[in-house]
Design a protein around this ligand. Structure first.
Ligand SMILES: [Zn+2]
Ligand SMILES: [Zn+2]
Length: 163
């Protein structure tokens, strides 16, 4: 026991506090709180490891940091971690690729003046060059070189090819 407590006489408030602190219930309570924090710390370290992996960060480094510096390590990781999952960024790249493809499919360049023309333009609005001919059967725009319409299988007489 602390010497300061022994010197005091009469009802000792510190002794009362000491008794409370030494009671089994309080001890169990401390144990529970302490183990709660240990579990929280280990879960956070594990979560940091997994999250760093998903975001393409150095998972062993960040998992280690979160383990060695309880709570603070995870907090620092939360501040500097990459903003998005690898899957998300891959998905976005894929979306961009699809969009690019779509644009390429719908849009063409005039072979004469290089201005942007839509795929179904019959002539270039900038230089008047013929780009497509209309199918004689179904009126769809066809390449000038096509002899047969791929939509309705009508053989073209090529009379409206002009150059
Ligand atoms: Zn043109
Ligand atoms: Zn046709």
């Amino acid at each position: 026991m602390n010497a300061a407590y022994v010197l005091q006489s009469g009802p000792d408030p510190f002794q009362a506090v000491n008794d409370v602190l030494n009671s089994p219930y309080v001890r169990i309570g401390f144990w529970l709180v302490a183990s709660f924090f240990v579990v929280l710390w280990l879960s956070l370290a594990y979560w940091t490891f997994v999250d760093a992996d998903r975001r393409g960060a150095a998972r062993f480094f960040w998992g280690g940091v979160a383990f060695v510096f309880p709570f603070m390590g995870t907090l620092i990781y939360l501040i500097v971690r990459p903003p998005e999952y690898i899957l998300d960024s891959r998905e976005r790249e894929l979306d961009l690729a699809v969009l690019e493809r779509e644009i390429k499919h719908r849009v063409d360049l005039c072979p004469n003046c290089r201005s942007i023309v839509e795929k179904d333009y019959l002539l270039c609005p900038e230089c008047d060059r013929d780009l497509k001919k209309l199918c004689e059967g179904c009126d769809r725009p066809l390449e000038l070189s096509w002899g047969t319409c791929p939509y309705c299988a009508m053989v073209q007489s090529n009379k409206n090819v002009s150059r």
